[in-house]
Design a protein around this ligand. Structure first.
Ligand SMILES: Cc1cc2nc3c(=O)[nH]c(=O)nc-3n(C[C@H](O)[C@H](O)[C@H](O)COP(=O)(O)OP(=O)(O)OC[C@H]3O[C@@H](n4cnc5c(N)ncnc54)[C@H](O)[C@@H]3O)c2cc1C
Length: 381
């Protein structure tokens, strides 16, 4: 498949590249070093209509489709992994409402997210429930007019900076997966508290938190879809959000490759630039091969989502794209550090940060072991 970007997509890509190079790149090292959440980048992303690129215009977005979102994430991730997490997380928080929400919920909650009025988060993981989502304990007890929510969530991206938090929980434990629901919690809800910020290996500017729910009353109008539809909505959400993580990984890999090419042309050893040594040339060529192979997978699933959003191939291709792109990001960034030699290991240069940022893309939104399980299940079903 050959990907010819439309004129609008080319313009969007050029706009995001400029925004990222002028505003995000200069701050990326400082954000990483100080572990600080870049509110000013949220503002810029919102002002440029980038927090709801793929969401239809009537719900506050740009209606530009999945490939456009992917292009934007890739361009931002090339220069600042932490800032790209703002885009991937907003998409993760928006998608369950887009998929499972009522018209009213889309016009209110989704609109606020897609138009950039506020940030959102999605809470799935718990101390005892990571890859095994069904192991979660958070429970919503039915009461008059709604639910009383009790439990906690761990490692929730944007947990401390979001106004709307989708919480995946059991509403009827006896029904297993079919007893799960997704409730929308507002930051101001009584009984909802945010825990300490986690200190991480990479994407250190992203806000990762524990969330606690103690008798939080959530009105029935804030349940997405029918009671018990939460697991299905969540699995569908991942089909549309994993390509975003794949794009993030692709961008990190491409950014590291660009840095390595530039450095190899400048650094002189044995009286020649590194780029004149065949050993270095082959490493660069292998990086380019991996990046292009990953890009093809990522653009392919995004194009498929745009052309046929209900295609039965999406779960498989979304998992494959995330798997290959994140493994590529890890390999390419590690090789980029190698090309920089000792300087690659030093914080003054960007590639060690890129290597640290790359690692999370193999872990969140389903580890790459989980992606293997999904692909195998799709093959064998
Ligand atoms: C920075 C960061 C941000 C995150 N953001 C969010 C967020 O916004 N929302 C959210 O809900 N969660 C979030 N998470 C959680 C993340 O999705 C989980 O950490 C991830 O799904 C893995 O779960 P776990 O950490 O419990 O690992 P485990 O499930 O305990 O897995 C440990 C290891 O065992 C492997 N493994 C597990 N089961 C199997 C199996 N059946 N077969 C083979 N191997 C297996 C895994 O692949 C992994 O290598 C975030 C995590 C981090 C670190």
């Amino acid at each position: 498949m050959y990907f010819r970007l439309t004129e609008e997509q080319q313009m969007l890509k050029a706009m995001v590249t400029r925004l990222a190079n002028e505003n995000f790149a200069p701050k990326a090292a400082e954000i990483d070093e100080k572990e600080y959440f870049p509110e000013e980048h949220v503002k810029l992303l919102a002002e440029n209509g980038l927090l709801g690129i793929q969401i239809p215009e009537e719900y506050g977005g740009a209606g530009a489709g999945m490939l456009s979102l992917i292009l934007a994430i890739e361009e931002v991730a090339k220069v600042c992994g932490s800032t790209s997490v703002i885009l991937t997380t907003q998409a993760l928080a928006s998608e369950p409402i887009h998929i499972g929400g009522s018209e009213e919920q889309k016009k209110t909650f989704l609109y606020r997210l897609a138009s950039g009025q506020c940030l959102g988060a999605l809470g799935i993981t718990e101390p005892g429930a990571g890859s095994d989502v069904a192991g979660m304990k958070t429970f919503a007890k039915k009461v008059d007019g709604g639910y009383l929510l009790n439990g906690s969530k761990l490692f929730i991206t944007n947990g401390g900076v979001s106004e709307i938090i989708g919480v995946v929980c059991y509403s009827d434990k006896s029904k297993g997966n079919k007893g799960m629901s997704i409730l929308l919690v507002e930051k101001t809800d009584k009984g909802f508290t945010v825990g300490k910020k986690e200190h991480k290996l990479g994407i250190r500017g992203s806000d990762t938190r524990e969330l606690m729910f103690e008798d939080v009353f959530v009105p029935e109008e804030r349940r997405l879809g029918a009671e018990g539809s939460g697991f299905k909505t969540l699995m569908n959400t991942f089909n549309y959000s994993r390509p975003g993580i794949a794009a993030q990984a692709l961008g990190i890999a491409a950014g590291a490759m660009d840095a390595a090419i530039k450095y190899a042309k400048e650094r002189v050893q044995f009286g020649k630039t590194l780029s004149s040594f065949q050993g270095m040339q082959w490493m660069l060529a292998e990086m380019a091969l991996s990046v292009e192979a990953a890009r093809n997978m990522v653009y392919r699933v995004a194009s498929l989502i745009d052309e046929d959003p209900n295609s039965a191939d999406i779960p498989k291709f979304a998992s494959m794209a995330k798997w290959i792109a994140s493994d590529t990001a890890m390999k390419v960034t590690t090789d980029a550090v190698q090309i920089f030699g000792g300087y690659g290991y030093i914080r003054e240069y960007p590639v060690e940060r890129m290597m640290r940022d790359a690692k999370i893309t193999q872990i969140y939104e389903g580890t790459n072991q989980v992606q293997r399980i999904i692909v195998a299940n799709q093959l064998l079903k």
